[in-house]
Write a protein that binds this ligand. Structure first.
Ligand code: SAM
Length: 367
């Protein structure tokens, strides 16, 4: 695969906290990540897969809004300082156009930006999600109070299938909406990965790089193929469960977020998949009757209780995906009785220090 080399192309590079490795040629970024994974997991990865697309790869960006209506990202190392982003090479030119038009709209209408220190003002975040393989786009203004009528006057300069108003009245600085109001269109958009169509909501998790997400699906499908029963723990909207269900007898996803489970069930039915989904916290599961277990936890890793339940359930294979190799390294050491057979690093996040890893373990000798 040929991957174009990089350089600091972004006008905000150096100040913006969005990507810190833009000055490093892409081949060297991959080498840095290979070393990082080796240190964290205690073993060289067998492969480091580059992102097939290294610019405009992100399908979601959460642009923070300052009290003065800067709309962009935080300054590197300064959470209190905003970069008023005009161009971001991580998402898309269309997302740039929408974000820049939204800033002008908010300024013209005098909508006050939110002050995270005083907890005053209205506009907190602008979230843009887009299907890289469908062209669909969701735009959500996250506000401290409902603003639907005003937002209905916004005319985006690019395709928008879902215009939402997410309400966050809380004190913590987050783009997560406690309530989602529809301004125009539907409340989900779709992305197609590896031939499967997935509906995504504002708050539901989705792999942020659609191009490498297809690599993750391929790896998982390869590894579970031929298994009878597969449990996909932390299953989100079914991104891994549904493709896995095509090559095993029975696939079940376990996810704690009810909205994600609703969408996962809908995604399964719309893709003709027989995958089932259970709304539960992984650590509340008892015995897991499976040949293979897929684990894709949040950054904090797998709950120790869940690690214990997995070890005592003794599946033949464990496929552990992680965006936090240091935490993954700690968890792998607790999977007693399992041997690390394969370790693949996937560069989901070009130009940033982050990396995704897929560890495949078989029941056998200690790691
Ligand atoms: C990194 S995402 C992985 C999602 C999915 N595997 C995918 O590829 O899109 C982690 C998911 O775990 C869910 N989650 C977080 N804590 C959980 C828990 N204790 N039990 C079950 N699910 C949890 C989150 O809601 C999120 O959907």
């Amino acid at each position: 695969m040929r991957v174009a080399d990089s350089g600091p192309r972004c006008p905000h590079y150096g100040i913006c906290g969005g990507c810190s490795l833009q000055h490093v040629p892409y081949s060297e970024q991959l080498e840095l990540k290979r070393r990082r994974v080796a240190e964290a997991v205690g073993r060289e990865p067998d492969e480091v897969l580059p992102s097939p697309v290294i610019w405009h790869y992100r399908n979601r960006m959460d642009y923070a809004v300052s009290p003065e209506l800067a709309v962009g990202l935080r300054e590197r190392g300064k959470w209190w300082s905003y970069v008023d982003v005009r161009t971001c090479l991580l998402q898309s030119p269309e997302a740039d156009a929408v974000r820049n038009a939204f800033r002008s709209f908010a300024l013209e209408r005098g909508i006050p930006g939110y002050d995270t220190r005083r907890h005053s003002g209205i506009l907190r975040y602008l979230v843009i999600r887009e299907g890289k393989f469908t062209g669909e786009r969701m735009v959500a203004a996250i506000t401290s109070e409902p603003l639907v009528d005003k937002l209905a006057e916004f005319s985006p300069p690019a395709r928008v299938d879902s215009l939402l108003n997410g309400i966050n009245r809380g004190l913590s600085d987050t783009s997560r909406a406690d309530e989602v109001l529809i301004v125009k269109g539907g409340d989900t958009i779709s992305e197609v990965l590896s031939g499967y169509r997935f509906r995504i909501g504002l708050n539901t998790f989705f792999q942020t790089n659609s191009y490498t997400a297809e690599l993750l699906i391929k790896l998982v499908v390869e590894e579970v193929s031929g298994s009878r029963t597969v449990y996909d723990l932390y299953s989100g909207v079914g991104t891994l469960t549904i493709p896995a269900s095509a090559v095993v007898e029975y696939a079940i996803g376990v996810e704690s977020d009810p909205q994600s489970v609703d969408l996962a069930r809908r995604n399964a039915s719309e893709n003709g998949s027989g995958a089932d989904f259970l709304t539960a916290r992984v650590e509340a599961l008892g015995h897991i009757d499976a040949d293979a277990v897929i684990l894709d936890p949040p950054r904090g890793g797998v709950h120790p209780k869940a690690l214990g339940a997995i070890v005592s359930s003794s599946p033949s294979k464990i496929i552990y995906l992680s965006c936090n190799p240091a935490k993954q390294g700690e968890d792998l050491a607790k999977l007693r009785g399992y041997r690390l057979e394969r370790l693949v690093a996937v560069d989901q996040f070009p130009h940033t220090p982050h990396v995704e890893t897929v560890a495949v373990l078989s029941r056998g000798a200690r790691l």
